[in-house]
Write a protein that binds this ligand. Structure first.
Ligand code: AP5
Length: 220
């Protein structure tokens, strides 16, 4: 299975990608996590992308395509892309790369969330700065408040979850995604998910859509 998740910042792509991967034994590629790790370790790539992330801007396409290409090609047993592609050039490059390797994308799920619900998700999000696990103070709290369940590090607010940067990220998302929706809608295998419900409700809908899609594909 090769699946891509689209949706605005804070829509729950990362949360659901982790559950899809666990259920179907796939590899999770979060472009945001990959970039944040580079930034955290202060690599040369991390230094190049830092200002883009901190200001809610997109990392340039050529760099992003380069970062994702080898990772995706190595995942021959299947993957879930979360946060990639995010622009038309990224989706065209992805298609080219995957087609050449005879491993086309099977399904694109587009998460849609009520803007008021989205705002609450940003406000409550906390992450572990070490293992990058994601929590929410109300909807997905850690067992001990403020402490990561996996490695006991103190949870932090993502730097780009500050209100000004969030506004910029949503604006950037709206500008960059419109051509992408048209592109994937034209190709079929593009499904919209109402992701405004609880984490478990959204998981049920997502897993059901995936199962139905693959059952139908196998039957035809
Ligand atoms: P990235 O990390 O990809 O950010 P994003 O797409 O803006 O998505 P988020 O990580 O904010 O949200 P999410 O949808 O994964 O939601 P989550 O599951 O955490 O990108 C960051 C930056 O990197 C970009 O701004 C850009 O600079 C750069 N970048 C990344 N990819 C790029 C690309 N392809 N090209 C160029 N630049 C790129 O959930 C949010 C919160 O809500 C959590 O607290 C969670 O616990 C909670 N939650 C989740 N689901 C539910 C639910 N159903 N009910 C209640 N709470 C929920």
């Amino acid at each position: 299975m090769r699946i891509a998740l689209l949706g605005p910042p804070g829509a729950g792509k990362g949360t659901q990608a982790a559950r899809i991967c666990q259920t179907f034994h796939l590899i999770h590629f979060s472009s945001g996590d990959i970039l944040r790790a580079e930034k955290m370790f202060g690599t040369s790539l991390g230094r190049r992308i830092r200002d883009f992330i901190d200001n809610g801007l997109l990392v340039p396409d050529d760099l992003m395509i380069q970062i994702m290409e080898q990772r995706v090609l190595a995942a021959r047993d299947g993957f879930v892309l979360d946060g990639y592609p995010r622009t038309l050039p990224q989706s065209q490059a992805l298609k080219r790369i995957l087609q050449a390797a005879d491993m086309p994308l099977d399904l694109v799920l587009n998460f849609v969330v009520d803007p008021k619900v989205l705002a609450r998700r940003f406000e409550g999000r906390r992450i572990c700065p070490v293992c990058l696990a994601v929590y929410h103070v109300d909807t997905m709290p850690s067992k001990i408040p403020g402490v990561c369940d996996h490695d006991s590090h103190e949870l932090i607010i993502r730097q780009d979850d500050m209100p000004d940067v969030v506004r910029k990220r949503i604006e950037t998302y709206q500008e960059s995604m419109a051509p992408l929706f048209a592109y994937y809608a034209q190709q079929g295998d593009f499904k919209t998910i109402d992701a405004s419900g609880s984490v478990d409700d959204v998981t049920r809908v997502v897993l059901d859509k995936i199962r139905r899609h693959f059952e139908a594909a196998t039957a035809s």
